[in-house]
Every structure is written in structure tokens, then in C-alpha cells.
Design a protein around this ligand. Structure first.
Ligand SMILES: NC(=O)C1=CN([C@@H]2O[C@H](COP(=O)(O)OP(=O)(O)OC[C@H]3O[C@@H](n4cnc5c(N)ncnc54)[C@H](OP(=O)(O)O)[C@@H]3O)[C@@H](O)[C@H]2O)C=CC1
Ligand SMILES: O=C(O)CCC(=O)C(=O)O
Ligand SMILES: [Mg+2]
Length: 424
């Protein structure tokens, strides 16, 4: 086994050695089962693609229950230091208690490393059972803002001295009179900034242009939350128009043409922009968006949204293409090159230690990682093998329960089947 070298970055470009050290967090709950299976698949793909010329040198770093049991800390400083040093990491899911206890370690990792984009591609694999009639029509890439919004964790518990101060400030100094039950309210605060919005939307538009996508939809609830979600929409259009000029046509421009010259002229301008291959930047209010991704998925492509909306949209879209067992993700800072790859799902605690769940979400997060390293040959081997294995109906319980004639296999056996089906 090679000793491994650090990945570095120069002017936004990663320098990837042939044996990069990649820290991994095994995760809680089903994390260890999934990681055991996923890591073997990633190793096999790299071996088959590069015949030993390249390899991943894994370095375990601790977080969650394993970290707490071994060090007394949930997220040791060494873990953050290692990810800062080695740039790229991959992780299994980590538990977050509800209504008390520690705040989310997953969110902490994203905030500490300023991984401002949560990238979650949603595509269909032929043969996967889905609740919709044409799952192949769903092909979207979610850009979820990953550091702000209510995930900032600025919350005050009902009855606490802090909440009394905040409520008194709001009532006495800000003229707020509509907190319905001030004596028994908890308060949460939702910061959304111009910088935070613009760097996320910039990344989404750049991705859409690079990947020849047709549109970017800004998803918000700006009709109700005007200065947070409404501002997200306005800043999103600003960054599109100020920084991408002629490459994009926005619905803000469309509205301006309607005002100046009428709807017919605006429709014509949009048709011309589409014919010229310009990227359409549009927006949708979150509630109707959740309906339209089901009824008209072909109309959506890249999606840029805030943290909480992105969380809901991620799981909803994952369902359309077969569920959370096959939903990958990446947390990325496009400016520093730091990234942590992880599944969209959580620890699925009821299946912990049963070697049962679908490891595909972490395996496909590994594919995103390999693509990020520009090791596309290895990434493609995994994708092809997954297409073949699912087509053979060799699947884990989550797909098997919805498929006729499936062979249900365990988490580890599914990984082995992928390796068997991998043709270099
Ligand atoms: N990034 C992270 O680390 C995340 C962590 N979490 C945390 O995970 C914990 C549990 O959260 P919970 O809300 O139950 O959500 P989970 O995503 O952990 O599980 C919900 C359900 O999704 C299905 N599922 C999840 N993973 C898989 C898989 N790999 N293969 C097949 N099916 C899967 C199972 O459905 P079924 O029962 O129908 O088979 C499972 O019961 C919480 O502490 C939460 O905070 C949550 C999300 C992300
Ligand atoms: O951190 C958690 O526990 C939940 C995170 C989550 O739901 C997500 O990343 O989508
Ligand atoms: Mg989530």
C-alpha cells in the first residue's frame, strides 16, 4: 500500500497525485455497513481503470458516536484539521438528536469548512422502481446553499432567559406585535446574505453552462419571507445578469420586456434566447415547485435554492427516481477546492448492523468524488456496473420490495455484485 500524498490546489485547480490520501468518516447507524461496501467498490474501480497506476489511500478520521466513544468528543479538532489538510473527504451519515442534545455534526462540518454548495444530482437508473410513471423524465441537479438560513442554528428555547430578551427586544424596540403566544414561543432566526446567495447561484449557473444544461430555477418562498427568500431570488437574478450577461436570459429580463413592450415581445425574446442556446434563469415559489417537479419534471434542470428548501427538495426528488438509497451528494467550496462527499440519506438506525441497506448513495457519492478528482474512467466503470447490476435485478431490500422477480441481496453482496460486473 502506497503511503499517499496530499491533494493540493493552485488557482482553483486541484493537483491530484496518483495516490491521494483521502480522509473518510465511517458514520453512525448503517454507516459502517455502507462504508465497508462502498469503499471496496471505489477501490476496485480505481484498480480496474488504472491497473495500479493510481490508488486511493484511505485515512480514517473520527466523528459522531465512534469519535465520542474513543475521544469524548463528537467532532474532534483533528478531524477538521485533516480534512482542511487533505482537501477532499468522504463520509457516511451521522446521527443528530431531535429537540435537544448536540447540533448536527453534518451541518457543523459544512459550516466549519465553508462548504457552501450541497450538490445533489438526481438521475434515473433504468429498472429502478419509482412511484412516478416516467421517472426517466427527472434529471435535475440541486445546488443547495449549505451554510446559512435556519441551519445557522440561531435558536432560543421557549422559557429561557435568552428567548425572553429576544422577544422583549422585538416587542419593545422593533414594534413587533404579532408573536401569537409570546410567553411560550421559541424563536429561530434565518440569516440569508447577498454573498452567500451569489456564490451559490454563481456556482449553479457556471455548472449549468459547463454541462450544457437548459435552465437554472431559483426556488424560494419569497412571497412570504421577502427579505430572506425574496432577496435570494433578486440576488440570484442579479448575479446572472451582472456576471453572465449574454450567456443567460432571465425571467427578470422577461418581466422587464413585458412592462416595456408587452407579453408577445417578451415571449419572442425568450424563444430567441432558447434558440440561441442561452441558459434560461427562472424562478419558482417552493410550494408549486414541489407539485411541478412531479407533474412536469422535464421543465426543470439545475435547481438553486436555500438550505431548508434544498433539504426538502433533495428527499422529494430522490423519491421520484427510486428513493434515498440511491441519492448521492457532495458538499463543495468551489473557491478553496475543499469537498466532502456524502449520501443524501441519514443513518437509517433501524437497519444498523444488519448488512441490509442500499450502499448506492455512498457509492454514487464516490462517483462524484472520482469525477471531482478527474478520475472519470473509474467513475464511469461504477456507473456502467450499477446500470448492469440493476438491469439484472440484483438489488437490496429497498428496490426488491417493489420489483417483480428481483434477487434481494445484502449491502455487502450488492457491492460485490458491482465489482463482479465491472468491466475495465
Ligand atoms: N448527512 C447526514 O449524515 C444525514 C443525517 N441524518 C440523520 O440520520 C438520522 C436518521 O434520520 P431519518 O429521518 O430516519 O432518515 P434516514 O435517511 O436515516 O432514513 C429514513 C428511511 O429512509 C430509507 N433509507 C435511508 N437510507 C437508506 C439506504 N441506504 N438504503 C435504503 N433505504 C434507506 C429507509 O426507509 P424504509 O424504512 O422505508 O426502508 C429509512 O428508514 C437522524 O439522526 C438524522 O438527523 C439525516 C439525513 C442526512
Ligand atoms: O444533519 C442532519 O442530521 C440532517 C442533515 C440532512 O438532512 C441533510 O443533509 O440532508
Ligand atoms: Mg436531508
Amino acid at each position: 500500500m502506497a503511503q499517499g500524498e496530499r491533494i493540493t490546489e493552485t488557482n482553483g485547480v486541484l493537483n491530484v497525485p496518483n495516490a491521494p490520501v483521502i480522509p473518510y468518516i465511517e458514520g453512525d447507524g448503517t454507516g459502517p455497513d455502507i462504508w465497508a461496501s462502498a469503499s471496496k467498490v471505489i477501490e476496485a474501480a480505481v484498480q480496474k481503470a488504472y491497473k495500479g497506476e493510481k490508488q486511493v489511500v484511505w485515512k480514517e478520521v473520527l466523528a459522531g458516536e465512534k469519535a465520542f466513544n474513543q475521544t469524548g468528543e463528537w467532532l474532534p479538532a483533528e478531524t477538521l484539521d485533516a480534512i482542511r489538510e487533505y482537501k477532499i473527504a468522504i463520509k457516511g451519515p451521522l446521527t443528530t438528536p431531535i429537540g435537544g442534545g448536540i447540533r448536527s455534526l453534518n451541518v457543523a462540518l459544512r459550516q466549519e469548512l465553508d462548504l457552501f454548495t450541497c450538490l445533489r444530482p438526481v438521475r434515473y437508473f433504468e429498472g429502478v422502481p419509482s412511484p412516478v410513471k416516467r421517472p426517466e423524465d427527472t434529471d435535475m441537479v440541486i445546488f443547495r446553499e449549505n451554510t446559512e438560513d435556519i441551519y445557522a442554528g440561531i435558536e432560543y428555547q421557549e422559557g429561557s432567559d435568552e428567548v425572553k430578551k429576544v422577544i422583549s427586544f422585538l416587542q419593545n424596540e422593533m414594534g413587533v406585535h404579532n408573536i401569537r403566544f409570546p410567553e411560550t414561543s421559541g424563536i429561530g432566526i434565518k440569516p440569508v446574505s447577498e454573498e452567500g446567495t451569489k456564490r451559490l447561484v454563481r456556482a449553479a449557473i457556471q455548472y449549468a453552462l459547463d454541462e450544457n444544461r437548459k435552465s437554472v430555477t431559483l426556488v424560494h418562498k419569497g412571497n412570504i419571507m421577502k427579505f430572506t427568500e425574496g432577496a435570494f431570488k433578486n440576488w440570484g437574478y442579479q448575479v446572472a445578469e451582472d456576471e453572465f450577461g449574454d450567456k443567460v436570459f432571465t425571467w427578470a429580463e422577461y418581466d422587464q420586456i413585458v412592462e416595456d413592450k408587452g407579453r408577445q415581445a417578451a415571449d419572442q425574446a425568450q424563444s430567441e434566447a432558447e434558440a440561441a442556446g442561452k441558459l434560461i434563469v427562472k424562478d419558482a415559489i417552493a410550494d408549486i415547485f414541489l407539485q411541478q417537479i412531479l407533474t412536469r419534471p422535464k421543465e426543470f434542470d439545475v435547481v438553486a435554492t436555500m438550505n431548508l428548501n434544498g433539504d426538502y427538495v433533495s428527499d422529494a426528488l430522490a423519491a421520484q427516481v427510486g428513493g434515498i438509497g440511491i441519492a448521492p451528494g457532495a458538499n463543495i467550496n468551489y473557491e478553496t477546492g475543499h469537498a466532502i462527499f456524502e449520501a443524501t440519506h441519514g443513518t437509517a438506525p433501524k437497519y444498523a448492523g444488519l448488512d441490509k441497506v442500499n450502499p448506492s448513495s455512498v457509492i454514487l457519492s464516490g462517483v462524484l468524488m472520482l469525477e471531482h478528482l478527474n478520475w472519470n474512467e473509474a467513475a464511469d466503470l461504477i456507473i456502467k456496473s450499477m446500470e448492469k447490476t440493476i438491469a439484472e435485478k440484483v438489488v437490496t431490500y429497498d428496490f426488491a420490495r417493489l420489483m417483480d422477480g428481483a434477487t434481494e441481496v445484502k449491502c455487502s453482496a450488492f457491492g460485490e455484485a458491482l465489482i463482479q460486473n465491472m468491466d475495465a
